[in-house]
Write a protein that binds this ligand. Structure first.
Ligand code: G4P
Length: 538
């Protein structure tokens, strides 16, 4: 592919200006609110309350099915794109609440960085921990926004300490809060060495704030005496302790820049967004079989990270979401689908701008496009320029946490049952296992979020006309056994009585545990046993 110099320069600029990130948080920490504020600043929406909200994701499963049916396609938008200060920003949606699923993890594979939103009164919570682990596995830069400072918050030193000890990442407070709750007066920006003192909010756009240097005589009169004194003491203490700011460590995912603010009242949101855009990287090189592929390589390449099946029986089509890793996508050009081994055109390529879905004519490395999938794509597939033919490292399979034994109610429907379960598993909507050396007589289904079970039942009934019986199993942890050679015999493993050996349909051996204690027990009693929480080859 030969591009004119001006085209190359344009390509470079488009890609350099892109920032693609996911927001990770525990439900209710403020992900939706902060996303909405970002979109407001970017002018992508005019007022708060327009983003698909938690309200959607909180409603009962049956409603969710209804909405899916009515819209024909997923209600869970996969990416929101908007422009701010010359940058093209892609926010990847990480479904939480009831629709938390393996898709949430997979989506993180498409991000170049993550924003971790933490509730200042709660600190690190369960779902944040899980999502953080997946980000840390890839070493993506993680920015922390400690939210809800307008409410009574925990001590900021204690919060930083918790992030460091619980998550094992260094922290650097880029700004420091001045008070909290009703007495949240602003933040001190340690990088620019200035105080941003808040003066009032209209709850829609950025608050009125004055920027003052620490030694400005006006400051002392602006803040209540004890908060002023506290700030002076904190600044001194911070300069003498903690990690140095090191951008390379941030980019390596070893140091998290931390910001304090309040998404609801806008306090500190825009300063955060500005600093985030300065400190985060444009799309980075990705690992493929032919080496690392530079995003600025003019050849188009992308991988599929999510497939959204249509819940509507009348439309069996699906949408495959791809992350563009290099070059530029142009509508109508031929691409090579590596796993399918043939040239195709990507049909109906679409992008989301706030809540509008539109057909895209071109997109660049860093962008996400959704394409019509007649059933040819699988998660992890690569599509690329026909002259390139690279294969991106697959998307790992993540350990499910909920398990159930599933079988068909009507034994005569066995064939449809097997077909349906296999197909739904192939799409990545569930994982299926069986007892060693048995086939599909009894299927153990593993999922990350409970909604996946409901979706399985709904789809089997509607698409395959099979009703199933689901019996919950007590396991909560799954590990792949890594060291299985030809001599491996699962029967020789020493395990507690409530640990179960299963196989996936590629023949890999796995262990199901009821508690972390049982995992340690298995490792302690089987010298050569190596277990993994993710599987690259499943
Ligand atoms: P999520 O997407 O992470 O689940 O959280 P979401 O933004 O939906 O926020 C959860 C709740 O927390 C919402 O209140 C929201 O208004 C509130 N919230 C978010 N950011 C802040 C903040 O900075 N300060 C305060 N005080 N509250 C915040 P809700 O009552 O559940 O919903 P709503 O009735 O306000 O819509």
């Amino acid at each position: 592919m030969l591009l004119e110099e001006s085209e190359l320069a344009n390509l470079r600029q488009e890609i350099e200006n892109r920032r693609t990130f996911a927001i990770i948080s525990h439900p209710d920490a403020g992900k939706t609110t902060i996303t909405e504020k970002f979109l407001l600043y970017g002018g992508a929406i005019q007022e708060a309350g327009m983003v698909k909200g938690k309200k959607n994701s909180r409603h009962a499963v049956s409603d969710w099915m209804e909405i899916e049916k009515q819209r024909g396609i997923s209600v869970t938008s996969s990416v929101l794109q908007f422009r701010y200060q010359g940058k093209c920003i892609n926010i990847l949606d990480t479904p939480g609440h009831q629709d938390f699923s393996e898709d949430t993890y997979r989506t993180l594979m498409a991000a170049d960085s993550a924003v971790m939103v933490i509730d200042a009164s709660k600190g690190v919570e369960a779902q944040t921990r899980k999502l953080f682990k997946v980000c840390a596995m890839r070493g993506v830069p993680i920015f922390t926004f400690i939210n809800k400072m307008d409410r009574e918050a925990r001590d900021p030193y204690e919060l930083l300490d918790e992030i460091e000890t619980e998550l094992g990442i260094g922290t650097y407070a880029v700004n420091w809060p001045i008070g909290s709750g009703k007495r949240f007066h602003g933040v001190y920006d340690r990088v620019d060495d200035q105080v941003i003192a808040f003066e009032g909010a209209d709850f829609r756009h950025e608050v009125k704030a004055s920027r003052l240097s620490l030694d400005d005589p006006i400051l002392e009169g602006t803040l209540p005496t004890e908060l002023y004194q506290q700030l002076i003491d904190d600044v001194e203490l911070l300069s003498g302790a903690g990690d140095e700011f090191d951008l390379a460590a941030v980019h390596a995912g070893k140091l998290s820049p931390v910001f304090f603010g309040s998404a609801l009242t806008n306090f500190g949101v825009e300063p955060f967004l500005e600093k985030f855009l300065q400190m985060s990287t444009p799309p980075t090189a990705r690992e493929a079989d032919i080496g690392r592929i530079d995003p600025f390589d003019p050849h188009f390449s992308a991988f599929v990270f999510k497939i959204q099946a249509n819940m509507n029986k009348a439309h069996r089509d699906r949408i495959a979401f791809m992350r563009i890793c290099s070059g530029k996508f142009e509508r109508g050009s031929d691409v090579w689908h590596v796993q399918g081994g043939r040239k195709i055109q990507l049909a109906q390529p679409q992008q989301l701008m706030a809540q509008d879905r539109s057909i895209v004519d071109e997109a660049f490395a860093g962008d996400i496009i959704g394409v019509f999938d007649p059933g040819i794509f699988s998660i992890g597939d690569t599509v690329c320029d026909p002259t390139m033919k690279c294969v991106y490292s697959g998307i790992p399979t993540f350990a499910p946490e909920l398990f159930a034994r599933v079988r068909q109610k009507d034994t005569l429907k066995r064939k449809q049952f097997v077909k349906g379960v296999e197909q739904i598993a192939r799409e990545g909507a569930i994982q299926i296992f069986h007892e060693p050396n048995t086939g599909m007589e009894e299927v153990i289904v593993g999922v990350v979020g409970v909604l996946q079970f409901e979706v399985l039942e709904y789809r089997l009934k509607n698409e395959y006309n099979v009703e199933v019986i689901r019996e919950g199993l007590p396991y909560e942890h799954l590990r792949w056994i890594e060291n299985t050679d030809e001599e491996f015999d699962y029967k020789t493993l020493k395990l507690t009585s409530d640990t179960k050996v299963v196989q996936d349909f590629q023949g890999n051996y796995l262990l199901l545990f009821t508690s972390p204690w049982n995992i340690s027990w298995a490792l302690d009693h089987n010298e050569d046993l190596t277990l993994s929480e993710f599987s690259e080859n499943a």
